[in-house]
Design a binder for this molecule. Sequence first.
Ligand code: ATP
Length: 239
Amino acid sequence: MAATAQAHLFEAEGLAASYGQVEALKPTSFHVADGELVTVLGPNGAGKTTLLRAATGLVPARGRIHFQGRDITGEPTHKLARHGVVMVQEGRGLFGQMTVKENLRLGAYTRDAGAVEQQLAIVFGLFPRLKERYMQVSSSLSGGEQQMLAIGRALMAAPKLLMLDEPSLGLAPRVAMEILETLGQLNKQGLGILLVEQKAPLALKLAKRVYVVSLGRIVAELAAHEIKSHHDLARYYLH
Ligand code: ATP
């Protein structure tokens, strides 16, 4: 399909996904603009992970997806990575018996050798601990370091849009903050980010916009700063 005028970086229209008979994500439309950080909030089981998985081809989905104005509906996850859409899954999805080096280099499979070194320097700049642990087996890293590695591996593909599923899960508050602040820094450099996060107050500090998901659908879309004036949402998400 031809590029549309004023296309968003990423646009999903009527995206829906089911597990067997259960429609975990009801037809849902959302977008991420160029250089925008958008956060997705919602209670456990609301469908946030399914939304990200449907958007990145990790579960079969209905609906349409455009990226930079191009119709990329139905393309598999590895092709989306080539376009610049990469997801960091909950639980990190690292290869535990592989070293930090091997995991990072796997993330760069779409890149040529020169670009790999350049991207590696960027990742080490963001996460110096990955440089210190470069030859270590990744299962020997702390939880925070493993999350840094998962994000670092995603960045090796030089994404234009990074989707993250609860990157702070299970981490000490200080480490979680460090990781979320790094995402804020990446966003300031122009990276589009779609962030599912339970630490809502932190995510809302970084985000420009927020989608609230409940029972498999987006029930609210608002500017992040507006949430404090919605008492029901503020009570739930700003404590
Ligand atoms: P959490 O915050 O707990 O991770 P979530 O908002 O990300 O939750 P999803 O993981 O997308 O929610 O789950 C949405 C619904 O789909 C839930 O009812 C969940 O039980 C169901 N579900 C998720 N994965 C599967 C699966 N592989 N098979 C069957 N049902 C699933």
